[in-house]
Design a protein around this ligand. Structure first.
Ligand code: GAL
Length: 373
């Protein structure tokens, strides 16, 4: 009955006002100009009565997997209807710029710093023409959620600092490392014991898929896939959110987690991540911890039902806290279309809980009424 009500309401809204009144995961999602939203690998913040959605501005064809335009922004008061606010971080024509046209900018996430009153954008940056080898985290700032954002710098985080949760002294040399067969038991145990941390110690740790999280005490953290995407790192940011404090720890060494997302409920930190299969979808994973520094307990695949082995043919990008609802969240994911990236769609689903375990269930069409308080 409720489903029929939602469909009818949606139809009336669409016919009368050409407005959306529900989420339709995986389908084309038109902005207020009638154009499919172009904000992939995105993240959302709430500021002064509006939500702002930032994402990768993709273009057509294979070259569209590189960044030819920059980071887009859309705004909304209801999460269903999004107004295009334009490109808020532009790639540069200068070939010497780190963000020169044709570089790769992925998974932009914006947070607001209450002390500096600045909007701070972090993203995954790959340098032009170097594939995914640079593995850098980059930061840009703006005084306005609508941008423009000014590029500051990029990092290999935590140069010359060991993580706080190291248990074993390291004993790997470049030579001993190269002799290990990839995925052999010795290699796996080497990764677990930090041989890749040691490899990258001087130049700084890798940072690919990432998200930024601001905790209740306003401390912020970058969660990033590191060590050849084998281990997630959590790295504390400085008070202005523009640099690293060098305090960091490892999550799930050799666990092969990508696409990290994080949220907090009833005193626990929860993470939903993906496995590591490039643009192809795989089964999501979930974790829980009482401290951001761990230890993290594995809770398995949070998806249930049809397509649960492929996260409903998508990959996580962000968990959105709904304004005005206590600890209620939306899971945001991308259905990538690498052959024509601009056609990628968005899978948004409510995060439901079975006691203290989060789960995600496919829903063809849904609205905010699904949340209780
Ligand atoms: C995925 C990653 C995406 C993108 C892609 C490239 O695993 O989550 O953000 O980097 O690989 O193949």
């Amino acid at each position: 009955m409720k489903k029929i009500y939602v469909i009818v309401l949606n139809l009336i809204c669409f016919v009368l006002f050409s407005q959306n009144a529900s989420f339709v995961p995986g389908k084309e999602w038109k902005d207020t100009d009638g154009v499919h939203i172009n904000a992939h690998g995105g993240g959302i913040i709430f500021s002064q009565g509006r939500y702002y959605w930032y994402g990768e501005f993709k273009t057509s064809g294979l070259a569209g997997n590189t960044s030819l335009v920059g980071v887009s922004c859309y705004s909304s008061s209801d999460l269903y209807n999004w107004k295009n606010e334009g490109v808020v971080l532009k790639v540069e024509d200068n070939p010497n710029s780190e963000i020169s046209k044709g570089c790769i900018i992925e998974r932009p996430k914006v947070v607001f710093n209450k002390k500096t009153r600045q909007f701070v954008m972090w993203f995954h940056l790959e340098l032009k023409g170097k594939g995914y080898e640079a593995a850098r985290a980059a930061v840009a700032v703006s005084n306005n959620p609508r941008g423009p954002f000014e590029f500051k710098q990029s990092f290999r985080p935590n140069q010359k600092v060991w993580p706080i949760n190291f248990v074993k002294p390291l004993q790997y040399t470049h030579e001993s490392l190269s002799k290990l067969e990839v995925w052999s038991p010795e290699w796996i145990s080497g990764v677990k014991n930090g041989m890749l941390v040691q490899r990258d110690f001087e130049q700084g740790q890798m940072s690919r898929d990432m998200t930024v999280f601001v905790d209740d005490d306003e401390k912020a953290y970058l969660l990033h896939s590191s060590e050849d995407n084998l281990t997630l790192h959590v790295s504390e940011l400085t008070d202005d959110y523009l640099d690293f404090t060098q305090k960091w720890s490892r999550i799930e060494p050799a666990g092969h987690n990508e696409a990290p997302t994080i949220f907090k409920k009833a005193g626990y930190y929860y993470m939903i991540t993906s496995g590591c299969t490039g643009w192809e979808p795989n089964a999501a994973r979930s974790f829980r911890s009482q401290s951001i520094w761990g230890p993290w307990e594995s809770l398995g695949n949070p998806c249930v039902g049809v397509d649960s082995e492929t996260t409903f043919r998508s990959q996580s990008t962000y968990v959105l806290a709904i304004e005005g609802k206590k600890e209620q969240y939306v899971f945001l994911a991308d259905r990538w279309k690498p052959s024509n990236p601009v056609d990628g769609t968005y899978v948004w689903l409510p995060i439901q809980f079975n006691e203290d375990k989060p789960f995600l269930k496919w829903i063809d069409e849904w609205s905010m009424d699904i949340y209780k308080n």
